[in-house]
Design a protein around this ligand. Sequence first.
Ligand SMILES: [Zn+2]
Length: 274
Amino acid sequence: MSRTSRISVGSIEVISLTDGGAEFGAELFPNATEDELNTLIAAAGAEKIETNFNAFIVRNAGRTLLVDAGPRDMFGPTAGFLSDAMAEAGVAPEDVTDIFFTHLHPDHIAGAITAEGAAVFDKAEVKVSDIDHDFWKNGDFSDETLQQWAGLANMTLNAYGERVSTISGEAEIIPGVTMQMMPGHTPGHAGFRVDDGGQGFIHLGDMVHAEKIQLANPEISIAFDIDADTARATRKAGLDMVATDGLACSGGHMLRPTLGRLERSGDGYRFVTG
Ligand SMILES: [Zn+2]
């Protein structure tokens, strides 16, 4: 199977990489009933709630930026294929000059380190939003899962050591690529935007984890949102903006992570590609 899809935004090359996928159980959507979920799944012609783990490569101005690194072996045998996807894209680990983590959840960072905690990308400078960096570095977590996730976040930051820097607001990640804050999923959760030659592309981060559920009904939250109300407000405003402006978009968990657009459909949206 192909794990890559190439798009261009003006003269900037963007490659989506599919690391793998997984299924979500209904219990991960705490503010939806099982009936509501089943209706949305059936309306989408699907049988289960699927997700994908996506990374992106952006090349511009002599830089090769990797956005997110997938879950490595932490989410079972159906994911962890970042290196296969990168090989298909013709990008070697040592070619990566920059890494941007949309946030420091395990499914976005584990692929950047080995199981022993060593950096996979020897030459890369790492950028992450200051808010997410500080949350995972200095947070005081009583929840056991969050404690483990913070452990992995710090292991990843430590692996890259001095090569990690924090950025804020709409800072430039590499030329032509800016961070876009999308708070709620985590406090410093962010996507990115690529602009060139009058064209724009926005990566919506983890605004949507299960497109057949949450695009169709943006009110529905996923249990991984640290602040579900803020994440919902971010999702509703973000999706509305993308549909209104007709922007090309994708995201960290889209099932077909190629460039697409959002079409309004009922109370929600449909992701349209091609
Ligand atoms: Zn994620």
